[in-house]
Design a protein around this ligand. Structure first.
Ligand code: SAH
Length: 214
């Protein structure tokens, strides 16, 4: 399977999972939340905020408290539907494939959680160059993701164990998705080579929080 069909399968998985996402994600996420929130609330997230791959709006709730406005992009209309239920007045949504995205305006801060691990290596540089275009001078990019510590929770893909895992839905359907565990030091170095200065910490076992400036 090429990376292209993997990323299609990945979006198909999240579209189908939208309604059951919170019940499976929240228990897993809860332990790392306090440490991540401490960073999210440290003052870099402010003004006009862009959230990528916003999903059901788990993080959007906290961003919306810190921001004047939040613009959420996600490739799944079903996820956007779920996120709208939070009824946050300063949040707007747009369906957008992030592998085919050229920002047409800029924001003060850009945030994404549990998205970068879904970006294949061959899309990494192009993704970050789009992010670069979305950040105002003096702006910041922050993201949350997993480290290798979280690998044991996943079922490794038989064909591409380095970059993919297998996920199942409650109805038994299975999907292959991209899941790349990148460690803080490795990420900081790779982003450094693209012109970013990053502070990336494992804020809780298995969870990293990154603050990056162009
Ligand atoms: N940030 C949220 C959701 C993470 S799950 C959270 O932390 O809970 C990954 C999200 O990426 C899903 O909402 C899924 O719909 C979205 N997604 C998957 N492929 C995408 C693509 N190609 N373009 C944009 N969004 C995509």
């Amino acid at each position: 399977m090429t990376a292209h069909s993997l990323i299609d399968s990945q979006l198909g998985y999240y579209r189908a999972r939208a309604a059951e996402y919170d019940s499976t994600f929240v228990p897993y996420q809860e332990a790392g939340l306090p440490a991540a929130l401490e960073r999210l609330r440290a003052g870099n997230i402010r003004g006009e905020v862009l959230e990528l791959a916003s999903g059901t709006g788990y993080w959007t709730r906290f961003l919306s408290e810190a921001a004047d406005t939040v613009t959420c992009l996600d490739g799944s209309p079903e996820m956007i539907e779920e996120a709208r239920r939070h009824g946050l007045a300063n949040v707007s949504f747009q369906q957008q494939d992030l592998f085919d995205w050229t920002p047409e305006r800029q924001w003060d801060s850009v945030f994404f959680a549990h998205w970068l691990a879904h970006v294949p290596d061959e899309n990494f540089d192009a993704f970050w160059s789009s992010v670069r275009k979305a950040v105002r001078p003096g702006g910041v990019v922050e993201f949350v993701d997993v480290t290798g510590e979280a690998r044991r929770l996943e079922q490794q893909d038989a064909q591409q164990p380095e970059i993919a895992v297998q996920r199942s839905l409650e109805d038994g359907r299975t999907f292959r998705i991209v899941k790349i565990f990148r460690e803080p030091a490795e990420l900081a170095e790779r982003l450094g080579a693209l012109g970013w200065t990053c502070e990336i910490d494992e804020v809780h076992p298995g969870f990293l929080y990154a603050t990056c400036r162009p």
